[in-house]
Design a protein around this ligand. Structure first.
Ligand code: HT7
Ligand code: ZN
Length: 876
């Protein structure tokens, strides 16, 4: 694959006016007839040929204005169709016929088969696997779609837009016609055909229109789609209330499929979902599953305005739709649930996924300028950091002005394919602020490091805060400019009360947000009557690393009195981290591990504090992960030492807090019928956290076994199973529980995925053999991405001591697996390969093994562009 550069962007020479597609569906020989009406763009070269994209296509027919074209008028290859001598100005029609094989499509891009149905995935460049087409997001047109198929096997024929009609069609066949009046790019095209069950509902929009809502799932699974429908209706209402956005077709459909490369896809009017993010019931779904379903249903729905009505000019602008839509779904979940708890979860995710990406060989700007394989840019940087950048605009401008900027964006760009510059301009116009320096967040990769130090002058009653920022070098970017960093900040007195300064000099400070714009900057707070304890980056207002030496006593004060609960959690984390880092070093050096009293006292106080919501207390008790500790250590990492150190810290907390945990386990029950609401989920989370510590205090599987036997919901059942398997893998209790769980849920693929994941994450070197054995199990399905991710992906991403075992066997195993998966599904292979991105931070022996495994992949013949791109960048 060659390199695509943002700087080379040019509009197309031809304008596409209309698209009319006819599919004659067949499992192995589907005929696609595409009638495309074009005209040459005004001012375009009158001689330029029309070049259409293809991928593994062969041309079966080509008509110009209904007349067959002769061989010298065009050139067709598997990757392109070039048509010469086209009219200078007047419109013309091309009719292109291709024959494709959905059954043989294992990449799951384009038209493919899953669970006996036909389905499509076109983003980013899948449409070109269906027909020759200008397959780029700035080519928008209304589509008519005709679907012809065997009626018995495919009673359901779906595509985008509104249903036009259908009828019988010859022997045993029928057809349906759909029309989508909203001009759209090809990546939003969708088709589904087959035999599915449905749940239906109606939504009345704010202007009083009735929208038919349908969620299609495998027959028999209809009841498990009820929560998704509920989340969808809440999303539609929320987008009307908060963003003023109304749905715009007569029908909104979701189809759940079991083979899907990502979470879901926002095709216009016909979203297609990985069934993992649709299906839930109390017996089989965890609270995390419910929260994910709510978030992803909302995310795809919100794309209707941020992505579909206003789309991307080119794929470099991916964050225009993804970052913004993640921001919107985060806001939605915050409004539906607990804002601080949601923020803690977001930041945990950002730090564990995006920070390592930004600090490693795959780092790239939120708005990149170069790619070889666009599928490799659906990254946590584009999505999550992109969301954080949007959040910072809201923080800098304030709620009202941010809303005004969004309204300008929707008014100004509806129906267009636009850029990040267009987006930012709307906020400049709304606020009158120059956002040029702020825009560096889109263009400079790397997580800024902000170093802070404070000094108090009791005589002058001033507090000076010195700040310094540094953006680390990243691939292709060595010299970085200082960024505009919005730091939400507050001062607290020794009694825990907030101190309001009389004035601030040296930095803009408004609405409790300090604007750091210089490389170094000192803000002086006047009228500060006593030494303040300062809380910086409250609510994680900027996605930065903050170095600020605060005493354990100051952190404990913030953990107790901060009014921003995110900042309380941050203070507890800042208390925990030095203890965990020291424990890892001591474990490596064979020294005794002893935690600070202040840390454990503060943690237990939070755990027992009845004024705090249970979900928050559960987050406080969930210590930084082994990967978090590795990231903080930065280099020369030994996963075994990190693991041992963390275990020792857990044990000390457990011993000191045994009474607190016993009480919490006993009281945090959720009697009555199961409810997935956030409050009940919070109680379960806290009860589970207590059980974890009890198992450390007790050092035997008794508690977990009893909890496993008593559990009446998947959240508690799975947690008990995890404790048994992870802490006591060889015990009879663990072995019995694992097989009971498998037998009970053998018919439910999504639960069996959990069964694989629990085992893939058992700490220690022995797990590799277990994973190998599990791959031989009849339950393991190599062609199902969820299953591969559940076992192989989870092992690589979340088992540092198993995957990173000292003899390098984990990395060698992964190299072989990546090459195997790559044969069928390059996107999936490339995604799992990114688990190796932090290999340089390992201690030298492991790093050597990891490098050799990467080299083995790099040298293999016939690599996909996807895997080649990732492996080469990872090794560079
Ligand atoms: N916009 C969707 C992206 C997506 C995708 C990308 C590449 C290959 C397969 C894919 N499936 C879905 C998902 C989203 O962000 O909403
Ligand atoms: Zn999205």
């Amino acid at each position: 694959g060659q390199v695509i550069n943002l700087a080379d962007y040019r509009p197309t020479d031809f304008v596409l006016e209309r698209v009319d597609l006819t599919f004659e569906l067949d499992p192995t020989e589907t005929k696609v007839e595409a009638r495309l009406i074009f005209h040459r763009r005004e001012g375009a070269n009158p001689k330029a040929p029309l070049v259409l994209d293809g991928d593994e296509l062969s041309l079966a027919g080509l008509l110009f204005d209904q007349v067959e074209m002769s061989a010298e008028q065009y050139t067709a290859t598997a990757e392109s169709l070039t048509v010469y001598d086209l009219p200078a100005a007047e419109p013309f029609e091309l009719t292109i016929t291709t024959i494709i094989n959905p059954e043989a499509n294992t990449q799951l891009m384009g038209l493919y088969r899953t669970g006996g149905i036909y389905c499509t995935q076109c983003e980013a460049e899948g449409f070109r696997r269906i027909t020759y087409f200008p397959d780029r997001p700035d080519v928008l047109a209304p589509y008519t779609v005709n679907i012809i198929a065997d009626k018995a096997a495919n009673p359901l024929l779906l595509s985008n837009g509104n249903f036009l009609g259908g009828a019988g069609y010859g022997e045993g066949k029928h057809f349906a016609a759909w029309f989508d009046p909203h001009p759209k790019p090809s990546y939003l095209f969708a088709l589904v055909a087959g035999d599915l069950g449905v749940i239906e509902d109606t939504f009345t929009t704010m202007s009083g229109r009735d929208v038919a809502m349908k969620i299609y799932v495998e027959h028999g699974k209809e009841p498990r789609a009820a929560y998704a429908m509920d989340a969808l209706k809440r999303s539609m209402k929320w987008d009307e209330e908060v963003f003023g956005r109304e749905y715009d077709l007569d029908i909104f459909m979701i189809v759940a499929v079991s083979d899907f490369n990502m979470g879901a896809m926002e095709n216009k009017g016909l979203n297609i979902f990985n069934d993992k993010y649709v299906l839930a019931d109390p017996e089989t779904a965890t609270d995390a599953d419910y929260a994910n379903i709510e978030a992803i249903i909302a995310h795809e729905y919100f794309h209707n305005w941020t992505g579909n009505r206003i789309t991307c000019r080119d794929w470099f602008q991916l964050c225009l739709k993804e970052g913004l839509t993640v921001y919107r779904d985060h806001e939605f979940s915050s409004d539906q649930r607990s804002r601080p708890v949601k923020r803690i979860a977001e930041v945990r995710h950002l730090k564990s996924e995006q920070f390592p990406e930004d600090g490693g060989p795959l780092a790239h700007p939120v708005r990149p300028t170069q790619y070889r394989e666009i599928n490799n840019f659906y990254t946590t940087t584009v999505y999550e950091k992109g969301s954080e950048v949007t959040r910072m605009i809201a923080t800098l401008l304030g709620r009202e002005t941010f809303k005004k900027g969004m309204d300008i964006y929707f008014d100004r760009h509806d129906g267009q394919a636009v850029t990040i510059e267009d987006f930012v301009k709307c906020f400049e116009d709304a606020s009158g602020r120059d956002l040029a320096q702020f825009s560096l967040w889109y263009h400079q990769a790397g997580t800024p490091l902000v170093t802070a130090s404070g000094s108090y002058d009791a005589t002058a009653k001033t507090f000076s805060l010195s700040l310094e920022q540094m953006v680390p070098a990243t691939p292709g970017q060595t010299d970085k400019k200082p960024m505009h960093v919005p730091l939400s900040l507050a001062l607290f007195g020794e009694n825990g009360g907030k101190i309001e300064p009389a004035s601030v000099e040296g930095a803009e400070y408004a609405g409790e947000v300090l604007h750091l714009t210089g490389r170094t900057q000192t803000a002086v707070f006047h009228g500060v009557g006593s030494r303040p304890v300062v809380s910086i980056n409250r609510s994680f207002s900027a996605p930065i690393n903050l170095h600020f030496d605060q005493s354990p006593a100051d952190l404990a004060l913030l953990a107790r009195y901060e009014t921003d609960h995110f900042a309380r959690w941050q203070a507890l984390t800042d208390l925990a981290l030095p203890n965990l880092l020291k424990a890892a070093r001591h474990a490596r050096d064979g020294k005794a591990i002893v935690c600070e009293r202040t840390f454990i006292d503060a943690l237990l106080a939070a755990a027992a504090d009845k004024n705090l919501e249970p979900a928050f207390r559960a987050q406080a008790l969930a210590l930084p992960s082994e990967a978090d500790i590795a990231r903080e250590l930065g280099s020369n990492n030994d996963p075994d030492a990190i693991h041992a150190g963390r275990q020792a810290v857990m044990k000390q907390i457990a011993d000191q807090g045994a009474e607190v945990f016993a009480k919490l386990f006993e009281t945090m029950t959720t009697p009555g019928d199961f409810s997935p609401d956030a409050r009940s989920a919070g109680r379960r989370a806290l009860r589970n956290a207590a059980l974890t510590y009890l198992s450390y205090a007790q050092c035997s599987p008794g508690h977990a076994k009893a909890a496993f036997d008593a559990a009446n919901n998947m959240t508690e059942l799975l947690h008990a199973l995890t404790i048994l398997a992870h802490r006591f893998p060889e015990s009879g209790e663990a072995i019995t529980a694992l097989s009971a769980f498998r037998d009970r849920f053998a018919q439910n693929a999504l639960v069996i995925d959990k069964w694989f994941s629990v085992q893939a994450t058992i700490p220690g070197a022995a797990t590799l053999d277990r994973v190998r054995k599990l791959m031989e199990s009849p339950l393991f399905k190599r062609t199902n991405p969820n299953r591969v991710r559940a076992l192989v992906g989870t092992f690589a991403f979340t088992n540092p001591t198993g995957f990173g075992r000292a003899d390098g066997e984990g990395y060698r195993f992964m190299a072989r697996e990546i090459l195997d998966i790559d044969q069928r599904n390059p996107q999936l292979a490339a995604r799992i390969l990114t688990s190796m991105r932090s290999w340089r931070a390992l201690e030298p022996v492991r790093a050597g093994f990891a490098r050799a495994a990467l080299a083995e992949i790099e040298q293999a013949p016939a690599l996909s562009t996807d895997v080649r791109d990732i492996v080469e960048r990872t090794l560079k």
